[in-house]
Design a protein around this ligand. Structure first.
Ligand code: PLP
Length: 404
């Protein structure tokens, strides 16, 4: 008899956001009169920019004409989009990335979950703690676990790199190098970014030890600091040790449209195997391309109109981030992040646990955030608020928390 993939049974019971949704819906059923403000999930709220809508309409019309209709997209994505990305996101920043090293996908979640497939089952995986849960869960699902260490509360093959207040919420280079290292900057959930010099140390470390860095730059558009890299390829040597994952969700509001990409440089070789070719093989076998109309919409993100409209959109969210940061700091809370990322990482007051603070905010002021402990043990005692709400709701939520 066939049996289920037992690795799935090793996963924690409920995905963080389903637990939050369960609590929120239970509360609203018993308190239907209350207005709940959601600053929990990192989903955008602003509509798509006009330049993107225009590109979508044009592409839809093309799909309705025999001469311009498109069927399956090329495996790696349309050249018009890959070439635009190579030029605008990389070459213009001095990073030598070519169009055929860019793979278009339906988003960074799929790519960050799937990328582990091209690595051996016995790889040891290093992740930050707190962490975007997809990196850990996808490796556990694939059986990259080893034994469960009761004392540490984690699997042998998953090495947690603590990101604490004392180290500025940045991971430190582990003594024994993991084979695969997931880094996400600007970071979800802490909202902290890494400087170019600090990232260069990771690149040197990975090259020295033969590790591969999976660099998730989904929040790159929110960077304001000059010394913060937008891409890991701004660091010399990254072409031989790093894969970069990007998303159109947060810079352009594509959470519902779905578009992202992964960069695997041809110089990234392990055990004599060119990893770019493995990812191309995987992509060609398991993915039939992002929709043409969405790829055209993605291209519009880089047009002069698209750029200027999206700059305003990012500024809108960052105004929220700044209001959250300053509002909470003025009220005496300890707050981090929110200057190069749309997340604010706050310390819970009076040493409350993250989930207790979640319940407290929901019950007393009807504001929903995300408990830090949901992102890992080091997130305990912290709470994440997102800047993706409307400005009015954000101000109201902060007022309510201040008056607690
Ligand atoms: N990577 C990080 C760090 C994220 O926080 C998110 C979404 O919240 C994603 C990837 C997913 O992005 P996408 O919408 O492109 O799948």
């Amino acid at each position: 008899m066939i049996t289920a993939n037992g690795n799935y049974l090793k996963l924690p019971g409920s995905y963080l956001f389903s637990r939050i949704a369960g609590k929120v819906s239970a509360y609203s059923e018993t308190h239907p009169e209350q207005k709940i403000i959601r600053l929990g999930i990192g989903d955008v709220t602003q509509p798509l920019a006009p330049a993107i809508i225009e590109a979508l309409h044009k592409a839809v019309d093309e799909m309705g004409q025999a001469e311009t209709f498109r069927g399956y997209a090329p495996d790696l994505g349309y050249a018009f989009l890959r070439e635009t990305i190579a030029k605008e996101d990389y070459v213009s920043r001095g990073c030598q990335i070519a169009a055929d090293e860019i793979f278009i996908s339906d988003g960074a979640k799929s790519d960050s979950g799937n990328i582990q497939e091209i690595f051996s089952r016995d790889a040891v995986v290093g992740v930050c703690d707190p962490v975007y849960p997809v990196y850990v869960d996808s490796n556990v699902m694939a059986g990259r676990t080893g034994n469960y260490n009761e004392q540490k509360g984690c699997f042998d093959r998953v090495v947690y790199m603590p990101c604490r207040k004392e180290n500025g919420f940045l991971p430190e280079l582990p003594e024994t190098a993991p084979d695969l290292i997931y880094l996400c900057f600007p970071n979800n959930p802490t909202g902290l970014a890494i400087t170019r010099d600090a990232l260069r140390q990771w690149v040197d470390y990975a090259n020295k030890n033969g590790s591969v860095i999976i660099y998730d730059a989904a929040y790159e558009a929110y960077i304001s600091g000059e010394d913060i890299p937008h891409s890991i390829y701004e660091c010399e040597g990254a072409r031989t040790c790093a894969i970069e994952i990007r998303s159109f969700s947060k810079n352009a509001g594509f959470t519902g449209l779905r578009l992202g990409f992964t960069v695997v440089p041809k110089d990234l070789v392990r055990g004599g195997v060119v990893l770019r070719d493995l990812w191309a093989r995987r992509h060609g076998t398991k993915f039939n391309g992002a929709p043409y109309i969405v790829q055209r919409a993605g291209e519009a993100v880089y047009s002069p109109e698209g750029r200027s409209q999206l700059k305003d959109q990012v500024a809108y969210y960052m105004r929220n981030a700044s209001a959250i940061r300053s509002g909470l700091a003025d009220a005496g809370y300890e707050v981090y992040g929110g200057t190069d990322a749309p997340y604010i990482w706050m310390k819970t007051p009076d040493n409350m646990s993250s989930w207790d603070f979640f319940d407290h905010l929901l019950e007393k002021v009807q504001v929903v955030g995300t408990p830090g402990s949901g992102f890992g043990a080091e997130g305990e005692g912290y709470f994440r608020l997102t800047a993706f709400g409307t400005y009015e709701n954000t101000l109201e939520a902060i007022d309510r928390i201040r008056n607690l």
